[in-house]
Design a protein around this ligand. Structure first.
Ligand code: ATP
Ligand code: MG
Length: 413
């Protein structure tokens, strides 16, 4: 036998239930985003590497060790996108979406790539659906972004804790960074190897480290909330006030940073205890558009990890019951069954036309194997009579009905 080729480490097939849950998550989120009047943007998977190094930050895990980068045949340094925000911002600037002077609400969906150590809920190709609002400082927008995340979780019936924080701005963050750095230097010996390195390059990142020892040290670090300037304090206060007004339950985590450098002011994460991982995350990035060459444009957004949410979906919406149409006889019966199946489908009924040949008993076995609820046999007698036996495979009840009666019976199930 020829050599079998397998999937690449960290890359996966989604089959059966898993694919159904994946699609359920995506469809649910899209519907919610459309109700909030977000417009879809479809983005390329490959971008110049420097788009990500400049936005996500040189001293982040994603850029330092997780990016799939390569030189294309034209000698360009490109990368498979590790996240969606940078591409949205690039598109916003490149297409001058700011030119009409009103803020934009966009959403995207697709594959992201990060060279991480694969585990449950962590893959090298995974999928996000995310939304961005570009061109507003209004804390109403921060509130709605968090509210959308809550709505996604509630609709999917996934329990998760919503943690929020403010990362301050260019005015107040430097003093906080300094305080954290001083604190961490005093605990240098206890930090993991990665964090010892981060100490010089990006000390705030240490607060996001997943090593237990580092987490413990981070839990005693200074709190950003003690360092926020008046503007950031007021903004954060408004977000909390509006969230309370909507009845959104959240916890404040004054040491919540994020894995990407571009955030400012509001950040948040929805954490699933069952998975022990973040499932949705986002925040403000008021400087990013300008840093990528656009006009100063305050902005914010979130991204939901589709696989992680799908892992937590317990129940799928009911599918339409399947009907197996069984041709029984010669060419005439086959053609009649072919047409009958079409008529049922036109009426919104889910129909499989049996391609199996042979005994009727085998046909019923097949119907059970594919999970059909009903069968309709189309044979010589049926053609003569204009009536077909509709059999319910659960109750074993069988009735001879006209095509119209079959449609009437099945359409409203
Ligand atoms: P983590 O801290 O778990 O590594 P992150 O902070 O790197 O997550 P973000 O960059 O904020 O994650 O991405 C947003 C969401 O995308 C995450 O909350 C998660 O649901 C999902 N996600 C991120 N990385 C992966 C991955 N490697 N595999 C599957 N889902 C992922
Ligand atoms: Mg990560």
């Amino acid at each position: 036998m020829a050599e079998k080729i397998k999937t690449v480490r960290g890359f996966r097939d989604l089959l059966g239930e898993e694919a159904k849950k994946y699609r359920f998550v995506v469809d649910t989120i899209r519907k919610i985003l459309q109700r909030y009047n977000f417009e879809e943007i479809i983005l390329p998977t490959v971008e110049y590497t420097k788009l990500f190094t400049r936005s996500i930050g040189e001293a982040t895990d994603i850029v330092e060790k997780e990016m799939f980068t390569f030189t294309d045949k034209g000698g360009r340094d490109v990368a498979l996108r590790p996240e969606g925000t940078a591409g949205v911002v690039r598109a916003y600037i490149e297409n001058k979406l700011y030119s009409d002077g009103i803020y934009k609400k966009l959403y995207y969906e697709g594959s992201m790539f990060r060279h991480e150590r694969p585990q449950k809920g962590r893959y090298r190709e995974f999928h996000q659906i995310g939304a961005e609002i570009l061109g507003t400082t209004n804390p109403l927008a921060d509130t709605e972004v968090i509210k959308i995340s809550e709505e996604i979780l509630k609709t999917l019936k996934i329990p998760a804790r919503i943690e929020i924080n403010s990362l301050g701005c260019k005015k107040c963050r430097p003093a906080y960074r300094k305080a954290v750095l001083e604190y961490l230097i005093s605990h240098k010996g206890e930090l993991c190897e990665d964090c010892q390195r981060r100490l010089e390059r990006n000390p705030l990142r240490i607060l996001d480290c997943k090593v237990e020892g580092c987490k413990l040290i981070a839990s005693q670090a200074p709190k950003i909330t003690d360092y926020l300037c008046d503007e950031c304090k007021t903004h954060y206060g408004s977000v909390k006030k509006y969230l309370n007004a909507l009845g959104v339950a959240y916890t404040e985590n004054p040491r919540l940073v994020r894995g990407l450098d571009y955030y400012s002011k509001t950040v948040f994460e929805c954490v699933s205890e069952e998975l022990d991982k973040t499932v949705i995350a986002g925040g403000r990035y008021d400087y990013l558009v300008e840093e990528l060459g656009g006009p100063p444009t305050p902005a914010l957004g979130f991204a939901a990890g589709i696989e992680r949410l799908a892992l937590l979906v317990k129940e799928l919406p009911k599918e339409k019951p399947l009907v197996l149409v069984i041709p029984f006889g010669g060419e005439k019966e086959k053609i009649h069954a072919l047409r009958l199946a079409q008529t049922l489908r036109k009426n919104g009924i889910r129909v499989e036309l049996s391609y199996r040949e042979g005994k009727i008993r085998k046909q019923f076995e097949f119907a059970n194997k594919i999970g059909a609820y009903f069968t309709v046999v189309v044979g010589e007698n049926e053609l003569k009579e204009g009536k077909y036996p509709l059999k319910n495979l659960l109750t074993r009840e069988e009735r001879k009905l006209t095509l119209d009666e079959i449609i009437e019976t099945l359409r409203n199930l």
